[in-house]
Design a binder for this molecule. Structure first.
Ligand code: GLN
Ligand code: ZN
Length: 758
């Protein structure tokens, strides 16, 4: 008899009750007692959902009032000095969000997902503050006395790998220091009747050095020393652990949990090495990261095949990772096309799959025959095919030739042509695209969406807004202008809504960070564009100025990485289809008189796989998709791109391969590093290392801009250099943006004078 379990569950509640509770608590519109009660209600209903579905072991400890890494840091006494005067929730939320006096801990992407965690800062050592696992377990046990639970804890290796280490010790030294604290947590948990502890170690699916692996072995020996009857399963996900499989099974823990969706090599490892007789195995056979229903027979067959020589009573069946990454429930999605909805599984539907599969595995396929038959019918549904497939797009993708991915001339040859036709000065200035999304814009958009104001009125409002933004830029004296993006809420949603092949949910929220949730679009079929998507706004904006207007598009890689991708074709296939649609858009913009076009790729870097070996393949298709979207233009048309990260030394080659005429990139926080790296690597094309940190409220004085610009001119060849902020201005207000840009321009003009004098 195998057991079903889930590795974790969304914490946001069915209708984002999480957001409401926490934000009300912040605003002090509910009492702390009410806040705790509201969180407890969500937590209880999450457990109840597992129980109702018939999941044998329910996860406990994955729930959190913000983020699990933050909870873990607090439990381990990892509190930076600047927060030590604070206590309780004040400390908790100060670390997450900062206060007037203290900057928050950094927020980082959770592996290659769109979830962000709060990055622990290790300034000193570790000590157990309060054992949240025993508390939570005891609570859950008293509420659900007849249920079985698996407590969930982020393991020490992953915890440290994802932390910022500032105590001058190595990762390995810190592992040795942290092990006794974990030992204590586990010893205390073993005093309860909790049967299982799930130690999450997704970092083991990345590149683990020999030295680190040795330290992991030692750490686990220490922490398991006093576990007594408590069983520990080492849980991995987001990739495979094939290379270290035997070492992990030899650890003094009771089992190993594997991701069989993204960790393809795990399957071969199980075949090759088997499972030690006294150990358990966890098989993550359904997708915890994507929203497509499983073709049930496949995981069922895989389960049978993998467990031929394994004692089935030592098997856990579960999703490939925590369900945190899925919306809660399909219920209530009544606007979605029926053939599509039938194919989807959010968290609750995924739990049902796990329960069904476990039943089928234990009692034989015949016992779930109705479910299997219903599932079979999904994959031959003609209605879905009619909705999803587009032979035109497929044909075009198949017909692609190498020259479709290349500009006709090199950057060196293009540059003088562009300089001439665009008439740009040295140190040309521009912005990243968006201007402040004011209260007024948001209000009018909301009313328009509700149908309270007619389309024509809304259109007029947007037109005025564009005109205002163009005039403002003229006044400030920028060289390449933008229209300001007032018509866009979200850079992905805006384009996805205009292309075929994307679908949207009404309530498909997923936690992005803290109380912020996003509703990623679903790529469900072949992508195509029916009509121009941005030409109207760009053309209008150009009509207000003689300066070059920059068209603004979201790139194919970002559109794929910030959506739920298809499961029947690769991300590459979708990215190329999107790139073709964008290529048409670029060409329409060109025809409409727009000769500078920016294609944003802020999500390119975060799509990098966990293992470096897999980077090459990803970067190859990512670069190809970008080039396909951008290379169909005249030599005189200037292609820009923008990326929002400064750590890019390790992918610089790919960034260069994009062959954009100008690249604007976030550099204001890591000031100096980027310029040095670039000079070293002989990056040839245009580059605009952001000189103004738009994420800060601060308005840099002219002198600060001067200093930065001078530094850049000393390190980067003049003909390559652009001057711009480091990201879009949409989250800022005009009262910050206008003086900041004016200071930027004043500084540029000063520097230009000194350069012309030479
Ligand atoms: N063009 C977008 C803007 O300016 C880019 C956003 C981003 O970098 N994430 O808002
Ligand atoms: Zn950006």
């Amino acid at each position: 008899m195998a057991f079903s379990t889930s590795l974790g569950y969304p914490r946001i509640g069915k209708n984002r009750e999480f957001k409401k509770a926490i934000e009300s608590f912040w605003k002090k519109t509910i009492t702390p007692e009410q806040f705790l009660k509201d969180l407890e209600t969500i937590h209880t209903s999450n457990i109840f959902q597992h129980a109702r579905t018939g999941i044998d072991f329910i996860p406990i400890g994955d729930f959190s009032a913000y983020d699990l890494m933050l909870e873990t840091a607090l439990m381990l006494g990892v509190v930076p000095a600047r927060f030590q005067s604070l206590n309780g929730w004040d400390r908790y939320y100060a670390m997450a969000r900062g206060t007037q006096e203290t900057t928050a801990c950094e927020m980082k992407k959770w592996f290659d997902s769109n979830y962000h965690y709060i990055m622990p800062e290790i300034e000193a050592g570790f000590s157990l503050t309060q054992n949240r696992l025993t508390l939570l377990y005891t609570w859950a046990r008293s509420k659900f006395p007849d249920k079985n639970f698996r407590t969930v804890l982020i393991g020490p290796y992953t915890f440290l790998k994802l932390s910022r280490i500032k105590n001058k010790k190595t990762l390995i030294e810190n592992l040795a220091d942290i092990a006794p604290v974990y030992q204590k947590i586990i010893a205390e948990l073993s005093q309860t009747d909790c049967p299982w502890l799930q130690m999450d170690e997704p970092s083991l699916c990345g590149d683990v050095t020999q030295e680190e692996l040795k330290a992991v072995v030692q750490t686990y020996a220490t922490l398991a020393a006093q576990k007594k009857d408590l069983k520990i399963i080492l849980q991995t996900y987001f990739g495979d652990v094939a290379d270290i499989y035997e070492t992990l099974f030899a650890l003094p823990v009771d089992g190993l949990g594997l991701d069989l969706v993204r960790g393809e090599k795990n399957r071969a490892a199980i075949h090759k090495h088997g499972v030690p007789k006294d150990k358990w195995i966890g098989l993550g056979v359904v997708d915890g990261r994507n929203i497509w229903r499983s073709a049930l027979r496949e995981p069922l067959d895989i389960l049978k095949e993998l467990t031929l020589n394994i004692d089935p009573s030592r098997v856990f069946i579960h999703p490939s990772c925590s369900l945190l990454h899925l919306p809660v429930s399909l219920q209530g999605e009544d606007k979605m096309a029926a053939p599509l909805k039938k194919r989807l599984a959010f968290a609750n539907e995924r739990l049902e799959e796990v329960a069904t599969l476990t039943h089928g595995f234990n009692k034989g396929g015949a016992s779930i025959i109705a479910a299997l038959k219903a599932n079979d019918a999904l994959w031959t549904d003609k209605d879905f095919e009619g909705l999803a497939f587009n032979t035109e797009t497929q044909k075009r993708s198949l017909g692609l030739k190498p020259e479709d991915f290349k500009r006709t001339k090199s950057f060196k040859e293009r540059l003088p042509l562009q300089q001439k036709s665009l008439g740009l000065p040295i140190l040309p200035t521009t912005t990243i695209g968006s201007f402040p999304q004011t209260e007024e814009i948001r209000k009018i958009r909301a009313r328009w969406k509700k149908g309270e104001i007619p389309q024509t009125e809304y259109d007029q409002f947007i037109e005025k807004e564009i005109q205002k933004v163009v005039q403002l830029q003229e006044e400030i004296g920028l060289d390449v202008l933008v229209h300001g993006e007032p018509e866009r809420t979200d850079m992905v949603e805006y384009f996805a809504q205009k292309m075929n092949g994307f679908a949207f949910t009404q309530n498909g929220w997923v936690q992005s960070y803290g109380t912020r949730c996003i509703r990623p679009p679903i790529i469900f079929g072949d992508v195509s564009r029916t009509e121009p998507m941005t030409v109207k706004e760009s053309k209008l904006a150009q009509s207000f100025t003689k300066k070059p207007m920059k068209g603004m598009l979201t790139g194919p890689v970002t559109l794929v990485n910030w959506s739920f991708p298809r499961s029947d074709v690769s991300k590459e296939t979708s990215a190329l289809q999107i790139a073709l649609a964008l290529r048409d858009e670029v060409s329409d913009l060109e025809k409409a008189g727009i000769h500078v076009i920016q294609i944003d790729e802020p999500a390119l870097r975060e799509g990098l796989p966990l293992k470096k070996d897999d980077w090459k393949n990803y970067l190859q298709w990512a670069v190809s998709a970008f080039k396909l979207s951008s290379s169909g233009v005249a030599d005189t048309t200037q292609i820009h791109t923008h990326m929002c990260y400064s750590e890019f030394a390790d992918i610089l080659e790919s960034i260069a391969a994009l062959d954009a005429d100008a690249l604007s990139i976030e550099d204001s926080r890591s000031f100096g590093r980027l310029a040095a790296e670039l000079a070293e690597m002989h990056y040839q094309n245009g580059i605009g290392p952001g000189v103004y940190d738009v994420h800060s409220e601060k308005i840099p004085p002219e002198s600060e801009f001067m200093e930065r610009i001078k530094f850049l001119t000393a390190n980067i060849p003049l003909h390559q250099l652009w001057i711009n902020p480091d990201c879009g201005l949409k989250t800022r207000g005009y009262k910050e943006v206008v003086p900041a840009l004016k200071n930027m321009l004043a500084a540029v003009k000063e520097v230009r004078k000194t350069l012309e004098g030479k």
